[in-house]
Design a protein around this ligand. Structure first.
Ligand SMILES: NC(=O)c1ccc[n+]([C@@H]2O[C@H](COP(=O)([O-])OP(=O)(O)OC[C@H]3O[C@@H](n4cnc5c(N)ncnc54)[C@H](O)[C@@H]3O)[C@@H](O)[C@H]2O)c1
Ligand SMILES: N[C@H](CO)Cc1c[nH]c[nH+]1
Ligand SMILES: [Zn+2]
Length: 432
């Protein structure tokens, strides 16, 4: 049963508990497992990857079976319906159009003072995309990760995804990968896949950046390998926070809460509403929609542990609580969402009004669905083309320009006790 809280004193503590669910005490032993897996993959390469794939995914693979073959890729097209292929292509088009807008461009500025300054954007050499596959299959996540990497111009894009019940990767995932231009795919998941991409193995190439969402094991692994490689953000178990007023439709709100809860028993689904009647109706509607829900067990776990309805006194109080939570997805199911958005400071993606369910963004609106979770939206953003780019600063000084700043550099370098810094300028200026 989705709990309703009206007692304001309890609200902040409950929201903090839910937001911090991936850092609580129960997670500490999972982190120990993840560390062990990463160390083993770093030391033993493929051997460790195969060992943990057998242990956690019940897959007995040989090294030569890790990579998805060309004939499997071809066969995937025969296994998906024409309607699915059309939907994948429609999503591809919309996601690519969105991501091609405002791609960072290199620039140089020639100043009047004989100084040239600029930024030069270049893609990483190799990117590794993690596509989750434990509880559901995610062709949409393939598109959300592969398309920005391709738009950024990454020369080598590799993908990992776990398999369930048999050695074949889900055909929809394979078709989505090919539609987005990815052909190098390895059938592994979890912390062992993140370790393989971060350190490289005999079979799997070491990459420069790892992107993509995943469960708690994947997210902890990404956090631990950060520094060895770059990552997009900590995009862990999904979350939605909905702010609703008396105009909200309880059937829609309940469906949107369950649409997150069904991802993972650790997913979070929160409603903040100004209307006690909406609160009660949503609570009843959630129960009703769960009755013959095909993913009832996991979804109920998420609702029981990390689901919550809070009755708040005003929309601005709701916005403040939402800012503290910094949700991955925020839905504004209110009469005037454009007025409320001015109060919102931290959220991965914001869905405006009652005809914009979060699912539209999950699949094909265009913006990325790989988003920061567990409060990371306070400092991080959606995955994008820039995730796969870095920029080098460009600086050019003429002799005259250097002479103009020589004294200031000399003073700064002397203050820092770094004489060769001072000399490197002085020698050039004194030569004249
Ligand atoms: N934030 C986002 O942008 C976003 C987008 C899509 C999905 N998601 C999230 O991605 C996640 C997908 O999770 P999933 O489980 O379906 O797939 P997953 O691929 O993330 O995780 C499956 C892997 O977890 C590992 N694992 C499972 N149990 C383990 C254990 N006891 N010890 C060690 N390793 C273990 C296995 O190796 C398995 O391959 C969900 O949490 C979903 O909410 C997030
Ligand atoms: N809601 C997920 C992000 O948390 C993305 C997704 C993919 N497929 C369905 N939903
Ligand atoms: Zn979703």
């Amino acid at each position: 049963m989705l709990r309703i809280i009206t007692e304001q004193a309890d609200v902040r503590a409950e929201l903090q508990r839910i937001c911090g669910r991936t850092q609580d005490e129960q997670v500490i032993h999972k982190e120990a497992t993840v560390r062990e897996v990463l160390q083993a993959v770093k030391r033993q390469g493929d051997k460790a990857v195969l060992h943990y794939t057998a242990e956690f995914d019940q897959q007995t693979l040989k090294p030569e079976e890790l990579k998805v073959t060309g004939s499997e890729l071809d066969a995937a097209y025969q296994q998906v319906s024409k309607d699915l292929l059309r939907s994948i292509r429609l999503a591809c088009e919309k996601i690519e159009t969105f991501h091609r807008q405002r791609v960072p461009k290199s620039w140089v500025q020639f100043g009047d003072d004989e100084v040239v300054l600029g930024k030069r954007y270049t893609p990483v050499d190799r990117a590794g995309l993690y596509i989750p596959g434990g509880r559901a299959c995610y062709p949409s996540t393939v598109l959300m990760n592969a398309i920005p990497a391709k738009v950024a111009g990454v020369p080598r894009v590799v993908m990992v995804t776990p398999v369930r019940g048999g050695k074949m990767v889900n055909p929809a995932v394979l078709v989505a990968a090919q539609e987005a231009g990815v052909q190098e795919i390895y059938r592994i998941g979890g912390a062992q896949a993140i370790g393989a991409l971060a350190y490289g193995t005999e079979t799997i190439p070491k990459v420069n950046v790892i992107t993509g969402p995943g469960n708690i094991y994947v997210t902890l692994a990404k956090k631990l390998v950060y520094g060895t490689v770059g990552i997009d953000s900590l995009a862990g178990p999904s979350e939605v926070l909905i702010i609703a007023d008396e105009t909200a439709n309880p059937v829609y709100v309940a469906a949107d809460l369950l649409a997150q809860a069904e991802h993972d028993p650790m997913a979070a689904a929160i409603l903040l509403t100004t209307d006690a009647i909406v609160a009660k109706k949503v609570q009843i509607e959630v129960e009703r929609q769960l009755v013959d829900h095909p993913r009832r067990l996991d979804t109920e776990k998420a609702i029981a542990h990390y689901g919550l309805i809070v009755v708040v006194e005003s929309l601005s109080a709701a916005a403040e609580l939402s800012n503290e939570f910094a949700p991955e997805h925020l839905e504004l199911e209110v009469a005037d969402p454009w007025a409320l958005i001015n109060h919102i400071r931290h959220a991965g993606a914001i869905f405006m009004g009652s005809s914009t369910p979060e699912a539209v963004g999950d699949y094909l609106a265009g913006p990325n669905h790989t988003l920061p979770t567990s409060g990371a939206a306070r400092y991080a953003s959606a995955l994008g083309v820039e995730t796969f780019l870095k920029h080098s600063s460009i600086i050019q000084y003429s002799q005259t320009a250097l002479e103009k700043v020589a004294l200031a550099i000399d003073i700064l370098a002397t203050t820092e006790g770094l004489p060769s810094h001072a000399d490197s300028v002085k020698f050039r200026v004194d030569e004249r």
